[in-house]
Design a protein around this ligand. Structure first.
Ligand SMILES: [Mn+2]
Length: 225
């Protein structure tokens, strides 16, 4: 990690209107890519992956999504909101050139009647929470890595909006991240909510997970240079 140069680009002062906030996020992420850096985006609501992925997708055709989450986020709309955190993967599937086979979801352990058809018909690769030991990821393509902290069991990450018991351990997530063999061109780590993280454990786990993703990026920079 010592050889990796990182810079904090600061917080975005987001509009309260989702569509405007999305434009702000998309242009901020684009700027980071245009200066030749790898964007690392921290949240906050998982919906920020929609504009962040769009920005990365417009710079890297042939982009794949590796998505760690307890939930598949495949609602067409959630209570009327098409930009909800529950619709992230549904919106990404609408982008030009993206199909289910470009998407791998890991740690999934809950779904709903509305989402099952999309899970079955789109050809998304799914590694459920109980299959985590089987996870292995090797891709030639560019990869966008999105980690919802709720992929961890609430025992390890209680400070998130939609905790789902039966999740993977921090140890298992670190092992999985270390098994990523791909050209990761963007990372987001989302749904950490300090306001409901009484023990502070969620933030501690998030910092560790983030460090592991930086190691993935550092390793691939070394092999490419
Ligand atoms: Mn989630």
């Amino acid at each position: 990690l010592r050889e990796l140069t990182a810079r904090d680009a600061g917080d975005l002062n987001l509009s309260v209107t989702a569509s405007t906030a999305f434009e702000q996020i998309e242009s901020a992420v684009s700027e980071i890519i245009e200066i030749g850096s790898t964007p690392i985006i921290l949240g906050g609501d998982h919906s920020i992956t929609i504009p962040s992925f769009r920005a990365v997708h417009s710079h890297h055709k042939n982009l794949k999504l590796l998505y760690f989450d307890a939930h598949p986020d495949l609602y067409s709309d959630f209570q009327g909101d098409r930009l909800s955190h529950a619709c992230v993967v549904a919106r990404i599937l609408e982008l030009d050139g993206i199909s289910g086979s470009d998407i791998t979801q890991v740690g999934i352990r809950t779904t709903s009647c509305e989402q099952i058809p999309a899970q079955k018909e789109t050809g998304i690769n799914t590694i459920h929470a109980w299959e985590i030991e089987e996870f292995l990821y090797k891709e030639e393509a560019h990869v966008y890595l999105s980690i919802d902290i709720d992929v961890l069991d609430p025992a390890f990450a209680p400070g998130c909006g939609n905790p789902v018991p039966g999740g993977i351990t921090t140890r298992e997530l670190i092992s999985a991240i270390r098994k990523i063999k791909a050209n990761v061109v963007a990372v987001d780590l989302v749904e950490v909510n300090p306001q409901i993280d009484a023990s502070g454990n969620t933030a501690v786990a998030a910092v560790r997970i983030l460090a592991e993703t930086l190691a993935v990026i550092s390793r691939q920079e070394k092999t490419s240079s």
